[in-house]
Design a binder for this molecule. Structure first.
Ligand code: SF4
Length: 104
């Protein structure tokens, strides 16, 4: 994806979240099995179904929980590209967002 396309998609996602898109932040996958189940659900979506990815991934446009978890500290975050490198997501994200696939 070009930088322009990625920036455009980031704006689209930011607007969806800012407009109050309800996403599945809970349940947070505590075990490998639960994590794999969310991935399976994501794989069933069309690769271009951005809204579906946001909903199933449980995206929010702010740090999350008592520990204020953020994409910035997630193992899938590519800081220079503002990009989530988890293949089932593969979307641009801001460093202070979060989703329930967060891992360190
Ligand atoms: S998996 Fe979720 S928390 Fe981690 S970088 Fe991707 S969107 Fe952010």
């Amino acid at each position: 994806m070009s930088i322009d396309d990625s920036n455009q998609l980031l704006k689209t996602i930011a607007n969806l979240l800012a407009n109050g898109l309800e996403t599945k932040t809970e349940p947070f996958p505590e075990t490998d099995k639960q994590f794999a189940d969310v991935l399976t659900e994501l794989r069933q979506l069309d690769q271009n179904d951005i809204k579906g990815k946001l909903v199933v991934g449980g995206f929010v446009n702010h740090p999350y929980g008592p520990d204020q978890y953020r994409c910035m500290e997630c193992m899938y975050y590519l800081v220079h590209r503002k990009w989530c490198d988890l293949p089932e997501l593969a979307v641009p994200v801001e460093p202070d967002w979060w989703c329930r696939l967060w891992r360190i």
